[in-house]
Design a protein around this ligand. Structure first.
Ligand code: SAH
Length: 445
């Protein structure tokens, strides 16, 4: 979502004459868009700011001015404290106020000192954002929901992104049509709690995510849809049916479970048991037999015993994840879990993380290997690491590399997979074609 937000900040600043550049040195404005979810992410901000301040000084010596800004959830959480710690920062603003960037810039020129805007405005920012500029490329993100009301005891999101808000379906569909017209083939619909989407339409009805996905699937040119991130207890029948009925909806779901221990799930305030999760995955697989499931895990939540950790390993063994993110519990200021007394020692967290990651990596590798010999449609959305190579995604979100004519960039092509690696697959090379651009009808397998 920070990638999406950064693009929207560029949209807001465009009328003022700002254009994105690839290098911070010599830029008139640098915005660090930050993440506060774990301590490691938040820590990076200050070291990066110190580095940018050197560039800001250089600019000043040359008679110019660099506006240095911090956006996102670290800015939201630290607010004034950030201006105290890094007094050379010019603007500090959170995820819900970046539509006011032009006012902030104006205010900065009128007054000495930094501008701080960490409000939660009652009017959603989406009402005042300009139209999203066309993103170059075949894939795009589209935020449809923001914030979270779940209050998992480890998580800062409700405090930094704010309360749950769903954009109205018509504004989402308009943005999606623009993206499709600009050549986007795949949209990933975003929200902190995206499957609890409930958008109010002008006729007074409420749209679920399942209905929104059906609406998006009807847009010409959009061949693939994904959504992230979902909360297990909010997977409703509508959305599960969408996986059965809507071919554009890809058979891959990122569904964070966090732990396999019911005791820890309760302490996390997750509102689902490990068995609820097992049943849910079963239901999804009945709707879509090839559904690939990915997840997030936290090890070393306060009070996690060896038996609790074993329960996580058991769940992983049973479900079989195609991919996953796993983290050591990180105590976040202001969250209930940060002050629980039974914190798990760092060394034990590290040990458990290594064991879990080893199991998850083996599952990912095994899934990749099970795809060797198959032919899958791959959206070639980027150039590969080596000359003559393109890279893309399988329906199951796997990275696929292939030697292929460069005019196939942006196309969905049937590729025969010949080798599996830990994090990607290689496909049989495609011959160059004398007849110009590739098309989805052209099958190379
Ligand atoms: N809204 C989503 C994703 C939240 S952030 C959800 O609640 O499922 C992405 C992941 O970061 C989480 O799923 C969780 O595994 C991890 N995470 C969040 N807070 C954390 C913390 N305090 N310590 C360690 N990992 C954390």
């Amino acid at each position: 979502m920070n990638v999406y937000d950064s693009a929207r900040m560029a949209d807001v600043l465009a009328p003022l004459g700002y254009v994105p550049v690839s290098d911070a040195a010599g830029a008139d404005m640098v915005i660090l868009n930050t993440c506060h979810i774990r301590e490691k992410a938040a820590e990076k901000v200050y070291s990066e700011l110190g580095r940018l301040n050197v560039l800001k000084d250089e600019m000043k010596q040359g008679g110019g001015r660099m506006i240095l800004a911090v956006a996102g959830c670290v800015a939201q959480a630290e607010g004034e404290e950030m201006i105290r710690r890094a007094p050379y920062v010019d603007m500090v603003f959170g995820p819900q106020t970046y539509h006011r960037l032009p006012q902030m810039v104006a205010e900065l020129s009128r007054h000495a000192g930094a501008v701080l805007d960490t409000d939660f405005p009652s009017e959603p920012k989406f009402d005042s954002l300009p139209e999203a500029a066309a993103v170059p490329g075949a894939t795009a993100f589209l935020t449809v929901q923001e914030g979270c009301d779940k209050f998992c005891t480890f998580c800062v999101v409700p405090y930094t992104r704010g309360a749950e808000y769903s954009r109205p379906p018509d504004s989402v569909l308009t943005e999606a049509r623009k993206l499709a017209q600009a050549g986007v083939r795949e949209i990933t619909v975003l929200g902190q709690n995206v499957n609890n989407y409930h958008g109010h339409s002008p006729d007074g009805g409420t749209w679920t995510l399942g209905r929104l996905i059906a609406g998006l699937a009807g847009i010409d040119g959009l061949d693939r849809l994904r959504y992230t991130t979902s909360y297990p207890a909010d997977m409703d029948d509508d959305l599960i049916a969408a996986h059965r009925d809507i071919p554009e909806l890809m058979p891959f779901l990122h569904l964070p479970v966090q732990t396999g221990s019911d005791k820890v799930l309760a302490a996390m305030n997750r509102r689902h048991s490990a068995d609820d999760y097992r049943r849910l995955v079963e239901k999804l697989r009945r709707a879509r037999p090839d559904m690939a499931v990915s997840s997030d895990f936290i090890v070393g939540f306060p009070g996690e015993s060896d038996a609790d950790f074993e329960a996580t390993l058991k769940l992983v063994e049973e479900i079989g994840f195609v991919q996953a993110y796993s983290f050591k519990f990180s105590a976040r200021p202001g969250t209930p879990a940060a002050t629980i007394e039974t914190q798990v020692p760092e060394t034990l967290k590290a040990e458990r993380l290594a064991v879990l990651q080893d199991m998850l990596n083996r599952q990912q590798r095994a899934f990749n290997e099970s795809c060797v010999g198959r032919t899958l449609p791959v959206l070639l959305d980027r150039v590969g690491r080596y000359p003559g190579q393109l890279a893309g995604r399988s329906p199951y979100m796997q990275s696929v590399h292939v030697d292929a004519p460069q005019d196939l960039l942006g196309e969905i092509v049937e590729l025969h997979l010949v080798a599996a690696h830990d994090n990607s697959l290689t496909a049989r090379p495609l011959p160059s074609t004398p007849d110009g651009a590739g098309s989805i009808e052209r099958v190379y397998a």
